[in-house]
Design a binder for this molecule. Structure first.
Ligand code: ADP
Ligand code: SF4
Length: 688
C-alpha cells in the first residue's frame, strides 16, 4: 500500500541546526525504566522506534553530574568518559535505521534527593519543592548555589555535552523545564538571588542563556542544541513587554537554541491519562511559541491520529510531532502511516501503565504493546514473530484482551486458530469497562486486535458460543487455550487480611453487577480495597445516575494505587467536584440494619458506622478457571481428544490489569510450541 498524500507533510525532512531529521516524527525524551544499569535493554527499546520510522529518537533524562542523582528511579548518566560507551550502544542502534539520536542532559537541582551519591543537593536559592507523596519526600533539602557552583554547573553541562558528542549523539539537550536545575532559576518564587542570576527576568534567564551559548560553542558545529522548556508556570506571570514571562523568555532566546521542545512543568499534567485529557491537550502551553522563533518547535499531545498531526503542523503549532506514549504503544506508527496502513496503528489508550513501570523502576511495559521492554532480553519484536506450523490447530476459549491478543499473534504466526466467545460482543472486560466514565479509549485494546484478525484467513471467531469441557474435547484441536477471564467477588478481608464472609444479601453488589445494569439503592457505600480505577470510576458512574455515594477504603486516598499512574490528584479532584463522600483508613467489618460498620485501621477498637442502603464491594477478583480445571483434571481424556497442550491465560490464570492479560496472551502465542515452563531470558550483568 502507498501513503495517503494527505500525510506527505509528515514525511518532510526538518533541519535542526547542523543536523537534519528525516521526517517530523520525533520520539521526545522519556523515561523507559531501563536506566544506566540496563544498556542493552535501553538500546533495544530505542532502536525499535528508529526502525519503526521515528526520525529522531531521544534518551530519557541523563544526569550530567553526581549532584543530580534520582535513585532509586532509573535514570541514565554521563558523569565521566567511562559512561560514554553505554550511550554509544544506543546511538549506533538508532543510527542503523537512519534516525537522529538525541540525549536529554539533565540536572535536577533541588528536584533530586541524591540518595545514592549523598552529595548535598543544590538549587538556585536553597528552596526545595514541597513534595507530599511519601515515595518522593526528600529529607535532604538543597543548599543555595554560590557563584563557584554556578560556574561548575555550566562546566558540567559542557563536559557532558562533549561526552554526548563522543558517544555520537546528534542532538544534545539542556533541560530547563519540569522543575529541574536551570528552570528553577527562571521562577521568581524559587529564585531569591540578589546577584546577576536573580531579580529581573534578564538575570533569571542568564544561566539558561549561558549554558546554551557554551554548549553551542563546545559542540554546536556537529550537534544540534535543543532546549526543553516548560511554559505553563511562566505563562501565569505577566511580562513587561509581552503577554507573559514565557513569551518573553522565548523571544529573548528565540533563535539561540536549534530546537525548542515545549512541555508542561508537572509530569502529572504532561502525562495526564486519557481519563482526564484529550489528544492534543498541551496546545495551550505550546501554541504561542512558533511565532517567537524561526527554529523548529516540538511538543507532545498523545498524538495517534495522523490527521491531528497534520493539523498541528498546518495550523503552525508544531514543526515536529513529539511522542512518548504513542511511540511506546506503537514503535512502528510512522512506518504504518508511510505505508498507508493507518488502520494497523496500535493506538495508545492513555492508561499510564507505562508511567507506573517507571515508578516501579522496571523497564516500561505497555497495555497495548506487550513487546515493549522485551526487545533485547526476550528478543521480541513488535511487528515480527517467528512463523508457526499452519497444520497445527488452536482453539482459544474467550475473546477478552488475553484471548484476542493470543489469537492475533498466533494468527500472525500462521497457525489455524479458532476463537469461541460466549457473548455476542468481543473484547471481554475492555468492552465493558470502556463504558465507564473516561475510559472510552480502552476499547482500542479490542479494536486494534479485531481489525487485524478480520484480515487473517486463518483465524475464525465464533460469537455466542459458550463452550463446555466436552465441547472443547469434541472440537478436536492440537492446542487449547482457556482465556475465560475473571469475576469480582463479594469477598471482604478481615483486619488481619483474611477473607471473611457474610456479605451475600440482595443489597450487596460487585462491580460486575453494577456494570451489568444493577441499580443500587441509596445511600450507596463503595468499599474499595482494590485501590485502582474501578472504585472511583463506579462512584462517578453511580453519581451520574443520581446516587448518593461514599467511598470507604483502608487506604489514605481514593484509588490509592493511581499514584503510580499519575492520576491520584485528578481522581481526588473529581470525587470532590462530584460530591462523593470519602472515609479513609477504615476497614469494613459489617453491614446490617441499613448501615455499614467500620473499624479504624490503626485502632481497631475505634468503631463507627455510616448509613448504607447498598454496598458495592471492590476488592477481590477470582479467575473463571472452572473450565480449565475440569479439562486439566482429566489428562487422559484430553490426550485421547488429540489435545497436546492445554493452557490458561490472562485473568482466568491470575487476575490482573489489562496489561497483564495482553502480555499473557502474547507470551502464550510466542511459546505455544515451546512447552509450558517459564522461558529463560537474557540478563544484563555488571562488568567485573
Ligand atoms: P481477559 O482479561 O483474561 O482476556 P476477560 O474477562 O476480558 O478476560 O474476557 C474473558 C472472555 O471469555 C469474556 O468475553 C467471556 O465472555 C468469555 N468466556 C468466559 N467463559 C467462556 C466459555 N466457557 N466459552 C466461551 N467464552 C467464554
Ligand atoms: Fe499508552 Fe497505556 Fe501503553 Fe502507556 S501503557 S503507552 S498509556 S497504552
Amino acid at each position: 500500500m502507498s501513503r495517503n498524500p494527505r500525510y506527505d507533510i509528515l514525511f518532510e525532512p526538518v533541519r535542526i541546526g547542523p543536523v537534519t531529521a528525516p521526517n517530523r516524527f520525533y520520539q521526545t525524551p522519556h523515561a523507559i525504566g531501563a536506566g544506566h544499569q540496563m544498556p542493552h535493554t535501553r538500546a533495544a527499546m530505542r532502536e525499535v522506534r528508529a526502525e519503526g520510522g521515528w526520525g529522531v529518537v531521544n534518551t530519557g533524562y541523563c544526569s550530567i553530574h553526581p549532584s543530580s542523582d534520582d535513585a532509586p528511579l532509573p535514570y541514565c548518566r554521563l558523569w565521566d568518559d567511562e559512561d560514554i560507551k553505554v550511550h554509544a550502544l544506543m546511538v549506533d542502534a538508532v543510527h542503523r535505521h537512519g534516525a537522529l539520536a538525541g540525549v536529554e542532559l539533565w540536572h535536577g537541582g533541588s528536584g533530586v534527593a541524591n540518595r545514592l551519591t549523598r552529595v548535598t543537593p543544590m538549587s538556585v536559592s536553597g528552596i526545595s519543592y514541597d513534595l507530599s507523596y511519601p515515595g518522593w519526600i526528600s529529607l535532604a533539602k538543597s543548599r543555595p548555589m554560590d557563584r563557584q557552583d554556578i560556574r561548575e554547573f555550566r562546566g558540567w553541562h559542557v563536559d557532558a555535552a562533549k561526552r554526548a558528542r563522543s558517544a555520537g549523539f546528534d542532538i544534545v539537550y539542556i533541560y530547563a523545564g519540569m522543575g529541574f536545575g536551570p528552570y528553577q532559576f527562571l521562577l521568581p518564587w524559587m529564585n531569591k538571588r540578589t546577584d546577576e542570576y536573580g531579580g529581573s527576568l534578564q538575570n533569571r534567564v542568564r544561566l539558561m542563556r549561558e549554558i546554551v551559548e557554551e554548549m553551542k560553542e563546545a559542540i554546536g558545529q556537529t550537534c544540534a542544541i535543543a532546549v526543553r522548556f516548560s511554559t505553563d508556570d511562566l505563562l501565569k506571570i505577566p511580562g513587561e513587554t509581552l503577554e507573559s514571562e514565557a513569551h518573553e523568555i522565548i523571544s529573548m532566546l528565540s533563535d539561540l537554541p536549534d530546537l525548542w521542545d515545549i512541555k508542561s512543568s508537572s509530569w502529572t499534567v504532561e502525562t495526564a491519562s486519557a481519563r482526564f485529557s484529550e489528544q492534543g491537550a498541551q496546545e495551550p502551553w505550546n501554541s504561542f511559541v512558533k511565532p517567537l522563533t524561526s527554529k523548529p518547535v516540538v511538543g507532545v499531545g498523545r498524538f495517534t491520529s495522523p490527521d491531528e498531526m497534520v493539523s498541528q503542523i498546518k495550523r503552525g503549532i508544531l514543526d515536529l510531532i513529539g511522542a512518548a506514549r504513542p511511540s511506546i504503544a506503537d514503535p512502528f506508527l510512522p512506518r504504518k502511516i508511510n505505508e498507508g496502513r493507518e488502520d494497523e496503528i496500535r493506538e495508545c489508550i492513555g492508561c499510564n501503565i507505562c508511567v507506573s513501570s517507571y515508578h516501579d523502576s522496571v523497564p516500561v511495559r505497555c497495555t497495548q504493546n506487550p513487546t515493549m521492554g522485551e526487545e533485547w532480553r526476550r528478543n521480541w519484536h513488535p511487528e515480527r514473530i517467528p512463523p508457526g506450523d499452519p497444520e497445527q490447530s488452536i482453539l482459544i476459549v474467550g475473546a477478552g484482551p488475553a484471548g484476542l491478543e493470543c489469537a492475533r499473534a498466533l494468527g500472525q504466526r500462521g497457525f489455524a486458530v479458532t476463537v469461541a466467545e460466549a457473548g455476542e460482543e468481543l473484547g471481554g472486560r475492555v468492552t465493558i469497562e470502556s463504558k465507564l466514565p473516561g475510559l472510552a479509549t480502552w476499547a482500542r485494546v479490542r479494536d486494534y486486535r479485531t481489525n487485524l484478525i478480520q484480515t487473517m484467513g486463518n483465524v475464525d471467531i465464533y460469537r455466542g458460543s459458550p463452550l463446555s469441557a466436552q465441547d472443547v474435547m469434541d472440537f478436536g484441536c492440537d492446542h487449547a487455550v482457556i482465556a475465560t477471564g475473571a469475576q469480582w467477588t463479594r469477598e471482604i478481608l478481615s483486619t488481619d487480611g483474611y477473607p471473611i464472609s457474610g456479605f451475600e444479601g440482595d443489597a450487596v453488589f460487585t462491580p460486575d453487577d453494577v456494570l451489568a445494569g444493577a441499580e443500587p439503592e441509596d445511600p450507596v457505600v463503595i468499599y474499595d480495597f482494590d485501590h485502582y480505577y474501578m472504585g472511583s470510576c463506579l462512584a462517578e458512574l453511580l453519581r451520574q445516575h443520581g446516587n448518593e455515594v461514599t467511598i470507604v477504603t483502608p487506604a489514605n486516598a481514593v484509588s490509592a494505587w493511581t499514584f503510580m499512574t499519575n492520576e491520584l490528584a485528578e481522581i481526588r479532584v473529581r470525587m470532590i467536584e462530584l460530591g462523593i463522600g470519602t472515609v479513609f483508613e477504615h476497614y469494613l467489618t459489617g453491614f446490617s440494619d441499613g448501615a455499614v460498620q467500620l473499624a479504624s485501621i490503626y485502632r481497631g477498637s475505634d468503631i463507627s458506622s455510616i448509613d448504607c442502603g447498598s454496598l458495592v464491594v471492590v476488592g477481590v477478583r477470582t479467575g473463571n478457571d472452572r473450565l480449565f480445571q475440569e479439562l486439566s483434571s482429566d489428562a487422559d481424556r484430553i490426550a485421547s481428544a488429540g489435545i497436546s497442550t492445554l493452557r490458561s491465560i490472562g485473568d482466568c490464570r491470575a487476575p490482573g490489569t489489562i496489561a497483564h492479560a495482553v502480555y499473557s496472551g502474547h507470551e502464550c502465542a510466542r511459546n505455544i510450541d515451546a512447552g509450558d515452563s517459564i522461558q529463560p531470558f537474557a540478563l544484563e550483568r555488571p562488568r567485573l
